[in-house]
Design a protein around this ligand. Structure first.
Ligand SMILES: CCCCCCCC/C=C\CCCCCCCCCCCCC/C=C/C(=O)SCCNC(=O)CCNC(=O)[C@H](O)C(C)(C)COP(=O)(O)OP(=O)(O)OC[C@H]1O[C@@H](n2cnc3c(N)ncnc32)[C@H](O)[C@@H]1OP(=O)(O)O
Ligand SMILES: Cc1cc2nc3c(=O)[nH]c(=O)nc-3n(C[C@H](O)[C@H](O)[C@H](O)COP(=O)(O)OP(=O)(O)OC[C@H]3O[C@@H](n4cnc5c(N)ncnc54)[C@H](O)[C@@H]3O)c2cc1C
Length: 659
C-alpha cells in the first residue's frame, strides 16, 4: 500500500516538472550567475553530499558536546579536503556553504581575517594573515560585551598604553565589560581581534581593534590573565548550538604595541596618538563586509525553505472534489499560492539584490584603495538597510513555510525548525535590524535636509532629487509609486522632526515612522534592482518571462502588503490599489504551473536541503515513516523510565479501579 502511494507522489513531481513552461537548466544559470557558477556549485554540493563525515541528518539528536565535536571534526575534514584537492577560494566557500553547519571557521574567515585586512597596516597583514590562512592560528571577532552590543562606542574593555614597556594592558574593568557572544571564542579560537577603549597619556580615544592571543598554541589552555568559556545553549535543537559563542575577561593582559590594528590610527613609541587621514568609520568596515554577505545568505536560506514548501505542497493533497473525485494538491489552493508565491518571488528578488550589493561592495573597496571615500555612506546605508529588510523577511518566511507544510513542517525531519533556529539570529547579529534601519533613516534625513541646498543625491538616493515631480504627481503602478511612497514618507518625517524643539529629540519621537520610511526606501532598492535584472538579456526559453512574472509578484505583493503607506502618502489611489491586487491573483495563476521547476532551478541536493518533505523525488511518506523509527526514543519498544514511573502509576490505577 505504502509503495503504491510513493509511486503516485513521485509521478506527481514528474508531472509538475513536465508542465513547466521554461528551460530549467537556463534558469539555473540565471540564478547562479553563470554556467561556471552552476558547475562549481554542483561539484561542491556533490562532494559534500557523498562524504559520510558531512552527514547531518542526526544533528538535532546530538548532545551539545557531541554536536560541537562533530563541528570540529567536519571543519578539520573540510580543511583536509580543501588542501588535498587544492580548492580555490570560491570552491572552499561553497564547500563551507554545503557543509551547512555554523562553526568557528565562519568567524575566522568571515570576520577575523577581514578585520586584519581592513584595519591592519601592510606590515601587520604580512605578519598575521599567513598564519591565519594556514590555520596556524584561529581567530574570532570580539566586539560585543555583556553590557553593550549595538552601542559600539559604549564598550568598556580598556587598552591602556604603558610607555615603560611599550605594551598595551588589556583589561575588563566591570562585569558588563566581559566580551559576550563572539562566535568561535568559547572553545576554538587561539586569537581574537578585541575591540577596546584606547587610553594613552591619560586620555580615552574611544574604540580601537587589537590582536590578542587568548590560548596557548601548545596545549590550548588560556593564557595568564585570560578567563574564557562558552556562554551556553541557544534556541532550537542542533541549529546554532554547533557554534561556541563565548565569554572572555581580561585581567591586565599585556600585548606588544604593534598588536594594535594601526591602519586607521597609531600610537607612537612615546605614547602619542596619531590619526591617519582615513575616515574613522572604517573601524566599522568588517561589519559592512559581513552585512553584504548576510544579504546573499538571505536568498540561500529563503530559497531552501521555499523549495521544501513548494515541493511538499505539490505532493500533499487535502479534500476532494464535491463528487468524490481525486483530492486536490494543496498547491492548487489560492490561499496556499498567495502565501507561498510571494516568498518564491522574494527568494529571487533577494538573490539579485544580493548580487548587486556584492558589486557595490567591491566597487567601494576599490575606491577606498585610492582614497576615494565618496561612496562609503552609500555602502553603509545599503548594507545596513538590505541586511535588515532581507533577514527579517527571510526569518518570517521560513516560519510561514513551516506553517505551509502543516503538521509535518513541525517535525525536525522537515528541516524547517532547524533552518529557522539557525537563521533567526541573523535579525540580531551584525547589527540589530531596528538599530540598522535607524542608521538608514539618519542618512535619509540628512539627504532630505540637503535637498533645499541644491545638493543632488546620488546612487540609490538619486530618486530623491526628483522631489518636485514625486511630491506632486499621481503615479502609475510602477517604480514611480515606490519612489513617491519612499520620498513622501521621508519628507513627512523630516517635516515632523523639524517641528521638534531639537533634531535629536524629534528623531527620537518619530523613530517608529522613521523605521517605516527606511523600509520603504530599501524596498524601492530591491524592486529597482529586480527590474534592472529582468531588463538584461537573459538567455533560455521562457526564462525572462518567468523572472518578469516573479518581479511583478514581488513588487505588487509588497505594494499590497504596505498599501496603507501608498494610500496615506497619496502615491496610489484606492482604485489603483484594488487593481494591483486583482493583477496579483492573475500572476499567481501564471506562476502555478512553473512553481516546482522554479525551485528546481536553485539546484539544491537533498543533502543540503536536509528535508524529507523537500526531497527531489517527492517520495515523502515512506521517508517520513522511516525517519520516525530513527528517533532515540524508538531504540527500545518499552521506554526507559517505564518501571520507575509508568508501571507504578498504572498498577495504582488498577488497584483504585478494583476498590
Ligand atoms: C563547520 C564546517 C566548515 C568547513 C569549512 C572550512 C573551510 C572554510 C573556507 C572558507 C569559509 C568561508 C566562510 C565565510 C563565512 C562568512 C560568513 C560570516 C558569518 C557571520 C556570522 C555572524 C556572527 C555575528 C557577528 C557579530 O554580530 S559582530 C558584532 C556586530 N555588531 C554590530 O553590528 C553593532 C551594531 N552597531 C553599529 O554598527 C554602530 O555602533 C552604530 C549603530 C552604527 C552606531 O555607531 P555610532 O558610532 O555610535 O554611530 P553614529 O554616531 O550614528 O555614526 C557615526 C557615523 O558613522 C557612520 N557609520 C556608522 N556605521 C558605519 C559603517 N558600518 N560604515 C560606514 N559608516 C558608518 C554613520 O553614518 C555616521 O556618519 P556621519 O557622521 O557622516 O553621520
Ligand atoms: C548568534 C549570535 C552571534 C553573534 N556573534 C557575535 C560575534 O561573533 N562577535 C561579536 O562581537 N558579537 C556577536 N554577536 C552579538 C551581536 O552583534 C549583538 O547581539 C547585536 O549587535 C545586538 O546588540 P545587543 O545584543 O546589544 O542588543 P540591544 O542593543 O541590547 O537590543 C535590545 C533591544 O533594544 C533595541 N534597541 C537598541 N538600541 C536601540 C536604539 N538606539 N533605538 C531603538 N531601539 C534600540 C533593539 O532593537 C532591541 O529590540 C552575536 C549575537 C548573536 C545572537
Amino acid at each position: 500500500m505504502a509503495v503504491d502511494h510513493a509511486a503516485a507522489e513521485v509521478d506527481h513531481l514528474a508531472a509538475e516538472r513536465a508542465a513547466a513552461r521554461f528551460d530549467v537548466e537556463a534558469m539555473k544559470i540565471a540564478w547562479a550567475g553563470s554556467r561556471h557558477a552552476v558547475d562549481v556549485a554542483d561539484r561542491m554540493a556533490r562532494l559534500v553530499a557523498s562524504d559520510p563525515v558531512f552527514r547531518k541528518d542526526n544533528r538535532t539528536m546530538l548532545s551539545r558536546k557531541d554536536l560541537f565535536k562533530d563541528t570540529l571534526r567536519k571543519a578539520a575534514h573540510a580543511w583536509k579536503r580543501i588542501v588535498e584537492l587544492r580548492l580555490t577560494e570560491e570552491e572552499a566557500s561553497l564547500l563551507r556553504q554545503y557543509v551547512d553547519q555554523p562553526g568557528y571557521v565562519d568567524l575566522h574567515w568571515g570576520m577575523f581575517v577581514p578585520a586584519i585586512k581592513g584595519q591592519g597596516t601592510e606590515e601587520q597583514q604580512k605578519k598575521w594573515l599567513p598564519l591565519a590562512y594556514k590555520f596556524q592560528i584561529i581567530g574570532c571577532y570580539a566586539q560585543t560585551e555583556l553590557g553593550h552590543g549595538s552601542n559600539v562606542q559604549g564598550l568598556e574593555t580598556t587598552a591602556t598604553f604603558d610607555p615603560m614597556t611599550d605594551e598595551f594592558v588589556i583589561h575588563s574593568p566591570t562585569l558588563t565589560s566581559s566580551k559576550w557572544w563572539p562566535g568561535g571564542l568559547g572553545k576554538a579560537s587561539t586569537h581574537a581581534v578585541v575591540y577596546a577603549r584606547l587610553i594613552t597619556e591619560g586620555k580615552d580615544y574611544g574604540i580601537h581593534g587589537f590582536i590578542v592571543q587568548l590560548r596557548s598554541l601548545e596545549d590550548h589552555s588560556p593564557l595568564p590573565g585570560v578567563t574564557l568559556g562558552d556562554i551556553g545553549g541557544k534556541f532550537g535543537s542542533g541549529a546554532y548550538n554547533s557554534m561556541d559563542n563565548g565569554v572572555l575577561r581580561f585581567d591586565h593582559v599585556r600585548i606588544p604595541r604593534d598588536q594594535m590594528l594601526m591602519r586607521l590610527s597609531q600610537v607612537t613609541r612615546e605614547g602619542k596618538y596619531v590619526q591617519s587621514d582615513v575616515p574613522k568609520q572604517l573601524l566599522y568596515g568588517t561589519m559592512v563586509y559581513v552585512r553584504q554577505s548576510i544579504v546573499a545568505d538571505a536568498s540561500k536560506a529563503l530559497s531552501r525553505a521555499v523549495c521544501i514548501a513548494v515541493r511538499y505542497s505539490a505532493i500533499r493533497k487535502q479534500f476532494g472534489s464535491q463528487d468524490g473525485g481525486p483530492e486536490t494538491q494543496v498547491l492548487n489552493y489560492r490561499t496556499q499560492q498567495s502565501r507561498l508565491f510571494p516568498l518564491l518571488a522574494s527568494a529571487y528578488a533577494f538573490r539579485f539584490v544580493g548580487d548587486w550589493l556584492n558589486w557595490l561592495y567591491t566597487d567601494v573597496t576599490q575606491k577606498l584603495e585610492v582614497k576615494d571615500y565618496s561612496t562609503l555612506q552609500e555602502a553603509h546605508a545599503c548594507t545596513a538597510g538590505l541586511k535588515a529588510v532581507t533577514t527579517s523577511a527571510t526569518a518570517d518566511a521560513i516560519e510561514e513555510c513551516r506553517k505551509l507544510c502543516g503538521g509535518h513542517g513541525y517535525l525536525n525531519s522537515s528541516g524547517l525548525p532547524e533552518l529557522f533556529a539557525v537563521y533567526v539570529p541573523a535579525c540580531t547579529y551584525e547589527g540589530d535590524n531596528v538599530v540598522l534601519l535607524l542608521q538608514v533613516a539618519r542618512i535619509l534625513m540628512k539627504t532630505v535636509s540637503q535637498l533645499t541646498s541644491g545638493k543632488q543625491p546620488v546612487g540609490t538616493m538619486a530618486y530623491m532629487g526628483k522631489v518636485q515631480h514625486l511630491m506632486q504627481s499621481k503615479c502609475a503602478v510602477k517604480t514611480e509609486a515606490f519612489e513617491a511612497r519612499a520620498l513622501r514618507m521621508a519628507v513627512n518625517c523630516a517635516q515632523n522632526i523639524g517641528q521638534a524643539s531639537n533634531q535629536e529629540e524629534g528623531f527620537y519621537e518619530r523613530s517608529p515612522d522613521l523605521l517605516e520610511a527606511a523600509v520603504a526606501h530599501i524596498q524601492l532598492i530591491i524592486v529597482t534592482k529586480f527590474i534592472e535584472k529582468v531588463h538584461q538579456d537573459i538567455p533560455g526559453h521562457g526564462v525572462k518571462e518567468q523572472l518578469q512574472n516573479l518581479c511583478n509578484v514581488y513588487a505588487l505583493y509588497t505594494l499590497h502588503k504596505h498599501l496603507g503607506d501608498f494610500l496615506a502618502t497619496g502615491s496610489l489611489t484606492p482604485k489603483q490599489g484594488a487593481l494591483a491586487n486583482e493583477q496579483l491573483g492573475k500572476l499567481y495563476a501564471q506562476v502555478r504551473p512553473n512553481a516546482v521547476a522554479l525551485v528546481d532551478a536553485f539546484n539544491y541536493t537533498d543533502h543540503y536541503l536536509g528535508s524529507v518533505l523537500g526531497r527531489y523525488d517527492g517520495n515523502v511518506y515512506p521517508a517520513l515513516y522511516e525517519e520516525a523509527w530513527k528517533d532515540p526514543l524508538n531504540e527500545t519498544v518499552v521506554p526507559e523510565g517505564y518501571h520507575e514511573y509508568l508501571r507504578p502509576l498504572l498498577k495504582q490505577q488498577l488497584k483504585l479501579s478494583r476498590l
